[in-house]
Design a protein around this ligand. Structure first.
Ligand SMILES: CC(C)(COP(=O)(O)OP(=O)(O)OC[C@H]1O[C@@H](n2cnc3c(N)ncnc32)[C@H](O)[C@@H]1OP(=O)(O)O)[C@@H](O)C(=O)NCCC(=O)NCCS
Length: 167
């Protein structure tokens, strides 16, 4: 039987500066190079040393690699982050979801979202809120999110708020 997409992908919390640099390189290629978001808007206070920054959890998705033990990590291809600034009874915020262009539509974005959603649930959050670029709304709808409010501009890109409630 062919392996499922997620069995080729490995998601883990970013715990080191080196892993953070891998995530920021993915975000640079996607948001700054491809979507022309200004660098000073793309990187913010949540993107520092993961051993120091509080209230943010970042995830990095690698292609599964192979070594003699069969479990090495391959190329990092996708990332995203969960922000926990709001009070614990409120939905957590997912943002900066990015998959390298050559690896899209292979399930990596879903793996990022499911990992971050599970982390929010583990922390007792009731759901997720996010601002979706309009082109990405069908991706979030497939994960159960519903749109709220009007279209607004962020970094000159059209967005809408979308929510998911657990339970
Ligand atoms: C949006 C993005 C994260 C989606 O990641 P991805 O890895 O391509 O998505 P997946 O392969 O996991 O897709 C999951 C499902 O959503 C669907 N989907 C993904 N992107 C879609 C799109 N643009 N339009 C319609 N459906 C889409 C897939 O077909 C798949 O459907 P399925 O449930 O029938 O299998 C990716 O396109 C990306 O990084 N874009 C650039 C950065 C960006 O815009 N980020 C979002 C900012 S709000």
């Amino acid at each position: 039987m062919a392996p499922s997409p997620s069995s080729r992908l490995h998601a883990a919390r970013i715990a080191t500066l080196e892993e953070m640099a891998d995530a920021l390189e993915i975000r640079r290629r996607v948001f700054i190079d491809e979507q022309h978001v200004p660098e000073d808007e793309e990187i913010d206070q949540y993107d520092g040393d993961p051993t120091v920054v509080e209230r943010a959890v970042h995830v990095l998705v690698h292609l599964a690699g192979q070594d003699s033990e069969g479990d090495a990590e391959g190329e990092p291809i996708a990332t995203g982050r969960l922000l926990l600034d709001d009070p614990p009874e409120q939905r957590a915020h997912i943002g900066r979801v990015a998959v390298l262009a050559e690896h899209r539509r292979t399930g990596a974005g879903r793996v990022v979202m499911q990992w971050l959603q599970a982390e929010a649930q583990r922390r007792g959050r009731p759901g997720i809120t996010l601002s979706a670029q309009l082109h990405a709304m069908p991706f979030y709808e497939r994960l159960g999110y519903t749109a709220r409010g009007d279209i607004f501009l962020d970094a000159n890109i059209e967005h809408r708020w979308m929510d998911l409630d657990f339970a």
